[in-house]
Design a protein around this ligand. Structure first.
Ligand SMILES: [Zn+2]
Length: 129
């Protein structure tokens, strides 16, 4: 759950009061409809978290799917011919290619999404943690 502070324009994961501001400034829930009118001015703070999460999911998905796919290709290949080195190579190659491909794709996706954020709010300090 992403929450944000209207005073310092920072976004946080949960919590009731802002940990950065003096006094008890209440945090607003970014998912609530009545708070969504504040989101455009907070773009730089909220959107990178969502972008990073989708990039992370894509990378994770790639790494998880690469191994069964590589094994599948190896086993299928072995049933066609007994060339162990060839099919092991193709299988391992597939695992590496899919993992690296997903990692590279998620990196590109994140950079592309961040371009839109950065061009709109160059004067703001991005909060990426
Ligand atoms: Zn604050």
């Amino acid at each position: 759950m992403v929450k944000f502070c209207l005073q310092c324009k920072n976004a946080f994961w949960g919590g009731d009061v802002c940990p950065k501001c003096e006094g008890d400034i209440p945090l607003l829930d970014a998912a609530r409809p009545e708070n969504q009118k504040y989101l455009p001015e907070l773009n730089i703070d909220v959107r990178p978290k969502y972008f990073a999460r989708s990039a992370m999911l894509l990378t994770c998905f790639g790494f998880i799917m690469a191994l069964p796919l590589g094994m599948f290709i190896f086993i299928r290949g072995m049933s066609f011919s007994d060339n162990l080195i060839l099919w092991a190579g193709v299988g391992i190659g597939t695992v590496i290619a899919v993992s690296w491909g997903c990692w590279a794709a998620s990196h590109k996706l994140f950079d592309k999404q961040m371009e839109a954020v950065e061009s709109k709010a160059l004067d703001k300090e991005p909060q990426l943690d």
